[in-house]
Design a protein around this ligand. Sequence first.
Ligand SMILES: CC(C)=CCC/C(C)=C/CC/C(C)=C/COP(=O)(O)OP(=O)(O)O
Ligand SMILES: [Zn+2]
Length: 431
Amino acid sequence: MESSSSAAAAVAAEREPTVSQKEQWALESQVFHIYQLLYNIPPNSQAAMLELQRDSHMEYLVKGLLHLGPSFSVLDANRPWICYWIFHSIALLGESVDIALENNTIDFLSRCQDQHGGYGGGPGQMPHLATTYAAVNTLITIGGQNSLASINRAKIYSFLRRMKHTSGGFSMHEGGEVDVRACYTAISVASVLNILDEELVQGVGNYIVSCQTYEGGIAGEPGSEAHGGYTFCGLATMIIINEVNRLNLASLTDWLVFRQGVEGGFQGRTNKLVDGCYSFWQGGAAALIQRLHAAAAGSASSEVSDDEDSSDREEGQPSDDESSILIRRHTETEPLFQSQALQQYILLCSQVEGGFRDKPGKNRDHYHTCYCLSGLSVAQYSRSKDADSAPLPGSLLGPYSNLVEPVNPLYNIVLDQYDEARDFFSKAPAL
Ligand SMILES: CC(C)=CCC/C(C)=C/CC/C(C)=C/COP(=O)(O)OP(=O)(O)O
Ligand SMILES: [Zn+2]
């Protein structure tokens, strides 16, 4: 029988931090020390500042919706984006808004829907791929029959076909620029609405491969500089169309991991400053690569054969098996980035009283609030075994109340809402 003193020693040894935990703590305190010096943070304030200020964020977000007015009458070509940034942030916080506000938003977005398909920045405005992506993601985030059924899939399909460009890519709008963002928004919308087919996919992979640069990241257009925003868009698109292995994933990964700065946040491109919004663009891309590794290791092969039935798929439509595996099953290995350091940057440097910002010295806005919270989610769940299982102990920075909802990183939609939409559109009639 074990003596009580050796049992106590065993317990103490179990509690003894491992070398890697000690290294992690040393790194965290070093990073915090840098913040204190840079941003004049008073001593002993670390714990309080590491808290997610949920109430003040909700207040800021709801005020943002009310500011759009009862009929969203402000003159702005970005209104579907504002809706997405706000509704997605609220969903990440696990909250919802008044039903009247939801109905107002559904009604407003219906009025942005063009009679020939796609959504514009406001009623009567030209349909645009970016605002179409934002409107569709908002309606999925609101969820429910009214919201999902308000999307005219057949007309969106015809809009997407009209935006298809001879290069294989897509134009953002009629006569507009062709770039990786356009490929992503078109393919993401088609995939989530279950209207993706060979005609839409044709040539997209070639176009994106031509945008991967010598650095390893992906540029907006062939010949331009690799950038986090476009790297996320290109990588997610290639996964959705099941052509991700055509990218040089080793050099993409190399490029990506070196974009995390000593401050803990990510920069968008080489030699630029870190910025809170890249917490998602780069952090989300890292999460996708991490899941590709898990899928390649075959950890999900049994799940595919059990759960996924591709027999009722439209002929010519790419299988979504690969992307489903990716989302459902993570990896048990360490994340590709310093997840705690990223959470520190988001909470200590980007968070303000109500909302998030690029960096200290900048003002908060809804775009940065959305992408900082999305990045926080990706970081918190970066060591979870499955898509919706709780983060492993030690991977959540700050109190448990900091935990936000998990997302499907391919679309950046909260997982529950994505699941509802997937189910809804899988039952929708074929076009
Ligand atoms: C879904 C969708 C529409 C995605 C958009 C992706 C995205 C954020 C692209 C970034 C565009 C870009 C080149 C910003 C550089 O800005 P900058 O020069 O001000 O910033 P930097 O100094 O950080 O590079
Ligand atoms: Zn930014």
